[in-house]
Design a protein around this ligand. Structure first.
Ligand code: GLU
Length: 289
């Protein structure tokens, strides 16, 4: 076993679609290629949007695709105390402030820092809490895409007004608790990486390496997502789905569905330093279906 631990972290807000299976598969194969471990984390923090029925369906789907984790499945719901502790540590470091801005009062784009003068003041329970980003480094040395530069996010929310810990905070704490060394996920999450890395470095966590791959877009050019009701994958025919994914990644010959899973494994085993995947990843912004 090398020093490698990867993960797939679906939100339990709906069944998996083609894009989520690609994320699961690429993170799984990247881990296996490096003789590492791979785990599944269910992002179920937001109980208004996440449902146990989706969690069950996601886990059964991954099983049908033979994407088996090496350790027990992890649930964000069980980690509220750890998020609270990390939040308090950030507070003690003087990096958080209450934000009284309503969404409507804010311009589009990065947060302009209207409430940044509250830094250092006691936090107010009834407001969202933001983190100071003066030390944020917007560049990402991406394993798949090479050097990337992201737009500065502005001070971002770590605790929402409704009291829920935000994804950026929870995710940074999770990678630490799960000892994740490699995060392989869609390029739509590239902008999140500098924020999660900032939290990790402030809390003295070991920071994972990141690799982002192009996301799949539908015919109208928009990303497949659960919110956009992307079709859930048909798990009665995993081979067919694997063949579709192989076509999207432009593997030379699209294999017959029953061979597809084997081709995938071989494909990754034969990769030298993910060169081939990075070439494909950097050539295309998106995979379209
Ligand atoms: N659960 C989030 C999502 O599905 C986060 C994924 C991640 O960090 O890989 O978009």
């Amino acid at each position: 076993m090398t020093d490698y631990r990867g993960r797939f972290a679906p939100s339990a807000t709906g069944p998996l679609h083609l894009g989520s299976i690609l994320a699961a598969l690429l993170s799984f194969l990247h881990a296996k290629h490096h003789r590492g471990e791979w785990l599944i984390r269910i992002d179920d923090l937001d109980q208004t949007r996440c449902k146990p029925i989706y969690t069950d369906e996601i886990l059964r789907c991954l099983e049908a695709f033979a994407l088996e984790p090496d350790v027990a499945v992890v649930y964000q719901q069980n980690r509220l105390a750890a998020y609270q502790a990390a939040f308090e540590d950030l507070m003690d470091l003087g990096l958080l402030y209450s934000c009284h801005c309503s969404r409507k009062s804010l311009p589009r784009g990065p947060y302009p820092g209207f409430c940044a003068h509250r830094l250092g003041q006691p936090l107010d329970e009834q407001w969202a809490v933001r983190m100071d980003t003066r030390d944020l480094d917007p560049s990402v040395d991406d394993l798949l895409l090479g050097a990337q530069h992201t737009e500065r996010p502005g001070d971002f929310i770590v605790k929402r007004r409704d009291g829920l810990f935000a994804y950026q905070l929870a995710c940074a704490v999770d990678e630490h608790l799960d000892q994740v060394t490699h995060v392989i996920r869609g390029k739509d999450l590239l902008e999140s990486t500098p924020m999660q890395r900032l939290i990790a470095s402030k809390l003295n966590y070991r920071r994972p390496s990141y690799g982002h791959f192009p996301v799949i877009v539908g015919q109208d050019g928009s990303k497949l997502s659960k919110q956009a009701f992307a079709k859930s994958v048909d798990w009665s025919a995993p081979g067919r789905t694997y063949a579709t994914l192989a076509r999207l990644l432009l593997l030379n010959d699209t294999p017959a569905p029953e061979e597809a899973a084997i081709v995938w494994r071989e494909y990754f085993q034969s990769l030298n330093h993910q060169e081939s995947l990075s070439r494909r990843a950097s050539r295309s912004n998106t995979f379209s279906i």
